[in-house]
Ligand binder design. Structure first.
Ligand SMILES: C[S@@+](CC[C@H](N)C(=O)[O-])C[C@H]1O[C@@H](n2cnc3c(N)ncnc32)[C@H](O)[C@@H]1O
Length: 244
């Protein structure tokens, strides 16, 4: 597989005024939609806890990725109908995985959630892009550990992927989230984990359809096509892939 810089996507249509929308956030805006999921008690209190755990990274900014978190909780809930553990590759302080853990009361669920990250930014491959992205990251292992203390069955695995994958005794995977912001690392991870995914397990690909992430987009499309399937683009930019 070639990891070239992908084709740039045309500039989107001119956005309308935010007052016309019932919800704006995470670079999306919607009108005339039922947004009850955002108000639903279990989800909204889990989301609040995830926001609290991510304050050290977000500072005073309000990073409203609730729709992405909702998608993650939905995919993880689906995972509960399947055999296997949960896995996330690319965790940082865990906004997606914390929302899942609090929503599902994961400490009461007899399976493990393996969280893989350097907890210190994207490993260097000499690319300028990585240096730029890494300005957003810092050594966050202690904060991440603290965030997941209420969940003894969540295991944090620190180090560079894909080399750390053998450190977890993962036989079957019922939910997989991939968010490494790096096409080659994501490719190496999915190649290693694909056969262990349960049938119909969902793979959530966080940066799939983000502008300036076209290399990941093309890599994932090529990968999905090689398995005879395709990826759903969410308005958030996340991709949803179902293992056939
Ligand atoms: C966008 S953040 C993940 C955000 C996270 N999913 C959340 O819910 O907040 C990307 C993370 O990927 C990690 N990362 C990127 N490449 C990696 C690699 N090869 N091995 C381990 N971690 C990596 C970075 O350290 C960073 O924390």
């Amino acid at each position: 597989m070639v990891f070239g810089i992908g084709r740039k996507i045309k500039k989107s249509l001119k956005p309308q005024k935010s007052e016309q929308f019932e919800y704006t956030g995470d670079n999306i805006a919607v009108r005339k939609k039922n947004l009850s999921f955002m108000e639903e008690e279990t989800f909204s209190s889990a989301w609040e806890k995830a926001v609290e755990g991510n304050r050290p990274a977000w500072g005073g900014r309000n990073k409203d990725v609730r729709w992405r978190a909702h998608t993650a909780v939905w995919a993880a809930k689906h995972g509960l109908t399947l055999e296997g553990d949960f896995v996330e590759c690319g965790v940082f302080l865990g906004v997606l995985s914390l929302t899942i853990c609090h929503s599902l009361k994961f400490d009461q669920i007899p399976r493990n959630f393996y969280l893989f990250d350097t907890f210190d930014g994207i490993p260097d491959d000499g690319g300028d892009l990585i240096k730029k992205q890494n300005e957003a990251y810092f050594d966050c292992f202690e904060i991440a550990e603290k965030n997941f203390l209420p969940f003894p069955n969540v295991k944090l695995i620190k180090g560079a992927l894909p080399g750390t994958l053998p450190q977890a005794p993962i036989e079957k995977i019922a939910y997989l989230s991939v968010d490494l912001n790096h096409a080659r690392y994501e490719y190496e991870v999915i190649m290693e984990l694909w056969d262990r995914l349960a049938r119909s397990a969902i793979i959530l690909i966080d940066d799939y359809a983000f502008q300036n992430h076209e290399e990941q987009y093309e890599m994932w499309n090529e990968f999905a096509a090689s398995k005879g399937c395709s990826i759903l683009t969410m308005p958030t930019g996340s991709g949803v892939l179902l293992k056939p």
